[in-house]
Design a protein around this ligand. Sequence first.
Ligand SMILES: Cc1cc2nc3c(=O)[nH]c(=O)nc-3n(C[C@H](O)[C@H](O)[C@H](O)COP(=O)(O)OP(=O)(O)OC[C@H]3O[C@@H](n4cnc5c(N)ncnc54)[C@H](O)[C@@H]3O)c2cc1C
Length: 261
Amino acid sequence: MKAIVCVKQVPDTQGKVAVKPDGTMDRSKMATITNPDDLNALEAALKLKDETGCEVVVVTMGPPPAEGMLRELMARGADRGVLVSGREFGGSDTFATSQILAAAVNKIGVGPEDVVFCGRQAIDGDTAQVGPQIAEKLHLPQVTYAANIKKEGNTLTVKRMLEDGYMTLKVNTPCLITCIKELNEPRYMSIPGIYSCYAKPLEVYDYEALKDDPLIETDTIGLKGSPTNVYKSFSPPVKGAGMMVESVGQLVGILNDKHLI
Ligand SMILES: Cc1cc2nc3c(=O)[nH]c(=O)nc-3n(C[C@H](O)[C@H](O)[C@H](O)COP(=O)(O)OP(=O)(O)OC[C@H]3O[C@@H](n4cnc5c(N)ncnc54)[C@H](O)[C@@H]3O)c2cc1C
């Protein structure tokens, strides 16, 4: 049994966001972190490992330095890593990204008891499309926004968070679950984990490794093959400083002065 976790390395948007003159993000000038929701997805997989002894495989699509993130995830408890990396994959939109990741998950192999975990959403692209699209491409049932997961045999009982409440449903394995921060508290790296992470296996899947998967269509991956592209991006104008009012009376006075009421 396996838990496969899709993890994205993202720019640290808590710091200063570097923007190129053309308005796109300058990733080379920004520190990277593991996408926060994906740490919850990893923790869900590690909890499954604690309960069942299953293998945890972390997979990311990104440039070669993303190996460092995979090593860190192995120090947290993952058993092996897969780095999907190649020029042909660069500039992929969400449709192409999920196609490539689905092919990678296919190559890792999804058995009857396996679970694929994703974060709900990446903090840079922010679309929340990749997890559901991977599920569709692999014909796996999916449950999104998981806030609680219990596994009994081949059935997972998942509590989903909705805008105004929760929904609990059962899903059979193999399946894909997208995870939110309310699901758990991600564990830290352990000292033995840090010692052993460089001895754990890490495979690189390049274009050659995936090109024969039926999910990979050469004309729908990468920048050229992506069916969507960014038309324009811009930073919103900086707003002026706000003003604190002490009372409703003061607010009414200000609005009156401006002839707004
Ligand atoms: C219209 C459009 C055009 C784009 N063009 C470009 C471009 O030219 N160049 C470019 O670099 N980027 C481009 N992007 C960004 C790129 O497509 C996204 O970063 C990528 O598809 C993931 O989408 P997301 O960030 O919205 O992830 P989400 O769908 O929000 O992520 C959900 C979950 O999917 C998994 N996941 C997502 N991405 C990965 C990954 N790479 N590896 C492993 N797991 C992952 C994670 O578990 C994550 O929590 C474009 C995006 C859009 C919408």
